[in-house]
Design a protein around this ligand. Structure first.
Ligand SMILES: *Cc1c(COP(=O)(O)O)cnc(C)c1O
Length: 389
């Protein structure tokens, strides 16, 4: 089966008693066992039966099964949020005195997680330019526990060379962890590009138009030790996805390809049209042929470039005026909702960062981030244009 078919027709792990076409939502905390022996086997992982919904639930397992079928992963774990997936993954790999080699071009909370939260527990980090392979080579040493990269950084849209980073990571005996939120895993194979562990904010494309918060950690190849650590984290940290969220996200996965095709096409068209407007100083979108990362993005992601773009206006006031004049496009955070969204990252997502931190992270006062939705492309453009005029 091809991806779009698998996204719909992946079989349940056990037949449903009533032949339900949609995976039922198992809203239960616990499960009954036929006898004490089976109960002991379930708790010790000798039989694949759910025991307690902090760590296993049939609806969530079905969502994870679909993700495994679509990616060819050895293991997939669904979490309460993208941040929970990232935090749990890094807590499997890092420990006191170990170093995460990563970039300053990261989603804001991921940067804070690595620099501050994990830092408090003695995890070290090196924030370097991951597009400079010589710098990456220099940064790796015996304390390195992983390389952590975003395939397309948010909001800068910097693209890393995954095969090259993978070769360097494997040369140092550590995994390459990649946040692939920006391009759905139905459209490119992180595994084929050498990624060992993929983390995703499924809140974004997958959830079916921003219905629920969720995250995924997806592991490839021999990952026995990682699986063992993850089981411990699920038990001890308790950030497993809820059955309701798994149901919504399973539905989102079923129509993901159709939504993504329209959103990415709309975004390319909007990026092209915005370039002609005098108020717009710069349009950053990987689908534009003169973008410095266009070629690498095309090679790695198979010819689609996502539904996020940024524009730069004259100054902060121009950005605020633009946002205040929008009528159709919503002033909101999030990405890949069914509706188009606009935000000024410097004053919101990065609003409580110090000026110095914002500069270090290349977050500028002139930048607006747009997430283009499923509306008619002419309607979206007309609203952006009137707000810019
Ligand atoms: C949104 C986002 C996250 C965090 O995901 P949540 O589901 O909001 O916790 C992580 N990485 C990237 C690239 C994101 O866009």
């Amino acid at each position: 089966m091809k991806q779009s078919t698998k996204a719909i027709h992946t079989a349940y792990q056990a037949p449903d008693a009533y032949g339900a076409l949609s995976m039922p939502v198992y809203h239960t905390a616990a499960y009954e066992f036929a006898d004490a022996d089976i109960m002991a086997d379930a708790f010790c992982g000798r039989v694949p039966l759910p025991d307690y919904s902090r760590i296993t639930n049939p609806t969530v397992i079905y969502f994870e099964k679909k993700v495994k079928e679509l990616t060819g992963a050895s293991a997939a774990y669904a979490f309460t949020s993208g941040m929970a997936a990232i935090a749990n993954t890094l807590m499997c790999l890092a420990s006191q005195g170990k170093t995460i080699v990563t970039s300053n071009h990261l989603f804001g909370n991921t940067w804070l997680l690595i620099a501050n939260t994990l830092g408090r527990f003695g995890v070290k980090s090196k924030f370097i330019d991951l597009t400079d392979l010589e710098a990456v080579k220099q940064a790796l040493d015996e304390d390195t526990c992983c390389i952590y990269a975003e395939i397309i950084s948010n909001p800068h849209q910097e693209v890393v060379d995954l095969k090259a980073l993978s070769a360097l990571a494997h040369g140092a005996g550590v995994p390459l962890v990649a946040d692939t939120t920006m391009i759905p895993f139905t459209h490119f194979s992180a595994r084929e590009l050498g990624v060992d562990i993929e983390v995703v904010s499924s809140t974004k494309y997958l959830s079916g138009g921003a219905t629920t918060i969720g995250g995924l950690a997806i592991a490839y190849g021999q990952c026995g030790q990682f699986q063992q650590m993850m089981k411990e984290n699920l038990l001890n940290l308790g950030a497993y996805m809820s059955p309701h969220a798994a149901y919504m996200q399973t539905l989102g996965l079923e129509n993901l390809n159709a939504r993504y095709a329209l959103e990415s096409a709309n975004t390319l068209e909007i990026a092209r049209r915005l370039r002609d407007l005098p108020a717009v100083k710069k349009v950053t979108y990987l689908g534009l042929e003169d973008n410095p990362f266009h070629k690498l993005a095309k090679e790695q992601f198979g010819g689609t470039y996502g539904a996020m773009l940024t524009i730069d206006l004259a100054d902060r006031q121009a950005c605020f005026d633009f946002l205040n004049r929008l009528k159709l496009v919503k002033r909101a955070t999030n990405l890949f909702d069914n509706r188009s969204l606009a935000i000024h990252p410097a004053s919101t997502i990065f609003g409580n960062f110090t000026e110095q931190e914002r500069l270090a992270l290349d977050i500028f006062d002139t930048t607006i981030r747009l997430s283009i939705g499923l509306e008619d492309v002419d309607d979206i453009f007309e609203d952006l244009k009137q707000a810019l005029d």
